[in-house]
Write a protein that binds this ligand. Structure first.
Ligand code: IPM
Ligand code: MG
Length: 361
């Protein structure tokens, strides 16, 4: 297998964690006889500093030609007041590559169960949720959007909007994911208030007719936020729109106790198993610890493993990466974010954690 991927380290801890993913990739290549060449490109604040643009045309061109993309993180206080925001780079690449399907698994790592913010008895029932978030529509991209001043009063507005095709294609992704998991989809909306959600719900129901083996339920987003804390084990696949998915996927990750551990995939036609994929840690750029070798590289390394499996069909290599991560977690060496108050082992930096994972491949 010969592939070409683009690495987008981005901002904050992005470059540190991507360096570890690269390290692990080199070992995987040797061990499994793969050939994956990498090309680095700029995105986010780093790209603004170098070119004035959060998504330079050269980056987009490189990504379009690649077999897959791995991204670190974007954003940081340095650009909070900049005329162009780093986040625009991420939103731009999602839209330009048509990455409408965002898959965010939230699982409790057995080695880390005690780190969940939830009660032990709640976590013991098991948490293994896949959030399927629509990523290229909704209030994130709806027009009109902007700011204006009328009669001396400032006013800002966004438009929440979905068409039925956008809903149908993400619903298909969720149903097919559920059929190879525990066979349940919970579609999350706010159809007691929003027109957009009423369309969402009816299109999800229509699409469901093609997936008789999957059980479908619906939940309002406020209730879902509560149920995630009270009884997360009830969920298999959560299907939702862009804004609700942004919020619920962070919540799901936090209840799993492992924001620094979770990868994600953004795909353009995942239901057909094709299209370009962008893989990134769910955590952000963590500017407070950037450049200090304190970041947890596991989410980035698991993003690599997700890429190997989903984009390249390299199941064996992907599993080897995951097993190496679990072996390191059991070995008594961890980055600070995943050591609880009772931790007696060694606290390791980002680079050392990457080395340990690479050694165990
Ligand atoms: C995420 C992030 C982004 C989003 C930001 C950085 C634009 O929070 O990937 O969840 O809102 O989608
Ligand atoms: Mg988010």
């Amino acid at each position: 297998m010969k592939k070409h991927i683009v690495l987008l380290p981005g901002d904050g801890i992005g470059p540190e964690v991507i360096a570890q993913a690269r390290k692990v990739l080199r070992v995987v290549e040797k061990k499994f006889g793969l050939s994956v060449d990498t090309e680095d490109a700029l995105i986010g604040g780093a790209a603004i500093d170098a070119t004035g643009e959060p998504l330079p045309p050269a980056t987009l061109e490189a990504c379009k030609k690649a077999d897959a993309v791995i991204l670190g993180a974007v954003g940081g206080p340095k650009w909070d007041k900049a005329p162009k925001r780093p986040e625009a780079g991420l939103l731009g690449i999602r839209k330009a590559l048509n990455l409408f399907a965002n898959l965010r698994p939230a699982v409790v790592f057995p080695e880390l169960a005690e780190l969940s913010a939830l009660k032990k008895k709640t976590v013991e029932r098991g948490i293994d949720i896949l959030v399927v978030r629509e990523l290229t529509g909704d209030v994130y991209f709806g027009q009109p959007a902007g700011e204006e001043t009328k009669d001396g009063i400032r006013h800002a507005f966004n438009t929440m909007s979905y068409n039925e095709e956008e809903v149908r294609r993400i619903a298909r992704v969720a149903f097919s994911a559920a059929s190879s998991r525990r066979g349940r989809v919970c579609s999350v909306d706010k159809s007691n208030v929003l027109h957009v959600s009423r369309l969402w719900r009816s299109v999800v129901e229509e699409t469901h007719r093609d997936y008789p083996d999957v059980a479908l339920s619906h939940m309002y987003v406020d209730n879902c936020a509560m149920q995630l804390v009270l009884n997360p084990s009830q969920f298999d696949v959560i299907l939702t729109g862009n804004l609700f998915g942004d919020i619920l996927s962070d919540e799901a990750a936090a209840i799993a106790g492992s924001l620094g551990m979770l990868p994600s995939a953004s795909l353009s036609d995942a239901a057909k198993g094709g299209g370009i994929g962008l893989f990134e840690p769910v955590h952000g750029s963590a500017p407070d610890i950037a450049g200090q070798d304190r970041a947890n590289p596991i989410a980035a390394v698991l993003s690599l493993s997700m890429m190997l499996r989903m984009s390249f069909g390299q199941e064996e290599a992907a599993t080897a990466v995951e097993n190496a991560v679990h072996a390191v977690l059991r070995a008594g060496v961890r980055t600070a974010d995943i050591t609880g108050p009772d931790w007696k082992g060694e606290i390791a930096g980002c680079a050392k954690t990457g080395d340990l994972i690479a050694e165990r491949i």
